[in-house]
Design a protein around this ligand. Structure first.
Ligand code: SF4
Length: 199
């Protein structure tokens, strides 16, 4: 079955069978340097899907998304409003680690995008949180930079909304919690997500 067929009728696959397919993937050169694919994990019926850029070193080693220092920071952000990892789904634009933690190229992202599209179609969330500039601009090309667009609910497709937030690795670089700091703004944003979930 081709990816186009899967996207037209996602009920023909499950997340598990899609993951098996991705494990064999060699659609871009990142397949040559990866240790493990990092497919994504969480609730397969989650109302919220978080999308990052791509796996880092710890993720590549473990095959799990957001488990390194940035992942721990993400857990903290979610926990600050009582959201657990188990009730969301976490994925990346590319499923294999770009060497040296460089940004994925446009070609790599184009090659991998059908998998993310299929994951979103299968999960059918109400809200997608994009973490940082790369997934935001990739899923919503008309979005302005993350600093000005973060915290804004954007209408995406089929009733799904998209909310850009800072990438947790950015928060690691700016420890201040002062009003107006990245951490403070992220706390405002995650409270918006919690309010959306509660409604
Ligand atoms: S990054 Fe995506 S498209 Fe490239 S090899 Fe990995 S799974 Fe395939």
């Amino acid at each position: 079955m081709t990816m186009d067929q899967i996207l037209e009728n996602p009920s023909t696959v499950t997340l598990d069978t899609l993951e098996l397919r991705v494990k064999q993937c060699a659609r871009c050169p990142l397949s040559e340097t990866r240790t493990n694919i990092v497919f994504g994990e969480g609730d397969s019926h989650a109302r919220v899907v978080l999308v990052g850029e791509g796996p880092g070193e710890v993720e590549d080693q473990t095959g799990k998304p957001f488990v390194g220092p940035a992942g721990q920071k993400l857990d903290e952000v979610l926990a600050s409003v009582g959201i657990t990892r188990e009730e969301v789904y976490i994925a990346n634009v590319v499923k294999c680690r770009p060497p040296g933690n460089r940004a994925p190229t446009k070609k790599e992202m184009e090659a991998c995008l059908p998998y993310l599209e299929a994951q979103i179609a299968l999960i059918n969330p109400g809200l997608i949180i994009t973490l940082g500039n790369t997934p935001t601009q990739w899923l919503f090309p008309s979005a302005s930079g993350i600093t000005s667009i973060r915290g804004t609910f954007l209408p995406w497709r089929g009733g799904i909304q998209l909310l850009p937030m800072f990438h947790p690795s950015y928060l690691l670089r700016y420890p201040s919690r002062a009003k107006g700091s990245p951490k403070y703004l992220t706390w405002l944003d995650i409270k918006r997500v919690k309010k959306w979930l509660d409604e």
